[in-house]
Design a protein around this ligand. Structure first.
Ligand code: GRG
Length: 369
């Protein structure tokens, strides 16, 4: 079996990700970059522009899982992340774009990776000297953060938490932004974010759980809304949200475990629902769900590892959806994260509910002295 080309993947991430981190020292890959990766307008960069915050989370978490987070300039990344924050408190996919809860979670996760969640707490950041804040008049605060000034409404600067909470609807569901689309992805995101920020009490958790339970299907899986088809991605969101809120008793573990392990096809790869092609990203959505319900031993571990490794570009680095397809940061992350769940040697452990390295989650959630 081929091995994980970890150094190649690190090199691939830091070249295409382009969250404009300055790379301090690339001791792991000393050769010059291939021509196609030097282009600023490379196809991947252009199509990723609006969801760069997600790309940053995928890329940086991959680097952390491979023990290489230190190759990026953390101040530069944090400064860019904070520039993507809106007055409402939520984050956009890039500077100058509209906020959406999809990007807010990625921003929170990136800050968590660097142990910088305190950047979201204005009062604490001021006290710790990370930012300066000046009250301009009663409802306006001027923030001096990383050599830039931001004028923000006083209420909004203090309320990323209430911004997320404001997206909860009467039936317990969550919208992704002011335009109102409802999806169990957003329930997971709200719960995951607020849990990482120790602010779950800002929402009605019981209603949120009840809504997710309404999205459960007769096959044991979950959909995007009540009655929506079971899909591995939505199952991760619903099971993850139930795990974080201590509500896994609502899951029929044997029934769901059976549906999930049936996602493994002949090649060893996993698909997201019946009759579909396998895709490396389901190594995350399916496996993490199986782990959370204690049924991961129901799939063939070795065959799945082989499938993921067969999707690597062994020359330029990166992982694709299926063998011989073009690589991208999304599949590189979910391939490495899948290997982490499979306890592949040399890859740090990842938490199946929070989708962050276990040491990061422990640092945030375990009580310290
Ligand atoms: C922190 C890991 C993490 C996630 C945040 C955004 C989100 C929460 C979860 C997304 C869950 C989801 C719906 C994943 C599925 C993504 C995907 C590959 C969709 C493709 O769907 P189809 O129908 O593909 O195009 P199939 O494979 O069914 O043919």
């Amino acid at each position: 079996m081929v091995e994980l080309a970890a150094e190649k993947h690190v090199r691939y991430i830091i070249t295409v990700e382009k969250v404009s981190y300055s790379i301090r020292k690339l001791t792991c890959c000393p050769d010059p970059l291939p021509q196609y990766l030097q282009k600023k307008d490379a196809f991947e960069s252009v199509v990723m522009e609006h969801l760069r915050m997600n790309g940053a989370y995928w890329g940086l978490t991959t680097l952390d899982l491979l023990g290489k987070l230190h190759v990026v300039d953390q101040d530069e990344v944090i400064s860019w992340v904070m520039e993507c924050q809106h007055e409402s408190g939520g984050f956009a996919g890039n500077i100058g774009h509209d906020p959406h809860i999809l990007y807010t979670l990625s921003a929170v996760q990136v800050l968590a990776l660097f142990d910088k969640l305190n950047m979201l707490d204005i009062e604490k950041s001021v006290l710790e000297g990370q930012i300066s804040a000046f009250l301009v008049h009663d409802d306006l605060i001027l923030i001096h953060r990383a050599e830039k000034n931001y004028a923000l409404g006083l209420r909004s600067t203090l309320t990323l938490y209430s911004d997320i909470a404001s997206l909860q609807n009467e039936d317990g569901s969550f919208s992704g932004d002011m335009w109102g689309e409802v999806d169990t992805r957003f329930s997971y995101i709200a719960i995951c974010c607020l849990s990482l920020l120790h602010q779950l009490d800002k929402i009605d958790v019981e209603k949120a759980v009840n809504y997710i339970v309404r999205c459960k299907n007769l096959d044991g899986g979950f959909g995007a809304t009540p009655g929506g088809e079971s899909h591995a991605g939505q199952i991760f969101c619903c099971v993850g949200a139930l795990a974080i809120t201590g509500s896994l008793h609502h899951v029929d573990k044997d029934l769901l475990g059976w549906w999930l392990c049936e996602r493994q096809v002949k090649s060893g790869g996993l698909n997201g629902r019946p009759e579909k092609l396998p895709d490396v990203c389901y190594s995350w959505w399916v496996l993490s769900s199986l782990i959370m319900i204690d049924r991961v031993h129901w799939i063939d571990r070795e065959k799945l590892i082989k499938f993921i490794l067969d999707c690597q570009d062994l020359e330029q680095g990166g992982i694709s959806d299926r063998p011989d397809d073009a690589v991208d940061v999304f599949h590189t992350y979910f391939g490495v994260a899948g290997l982490s769940l499979l306890e592949y040697p040399g890859v740090k452990a990842i938490d199946p509910a929070y989708a962050l390295p276990v040491d990061v989650v422990n640092r945030i959630l375990l009580p310290h002295d």
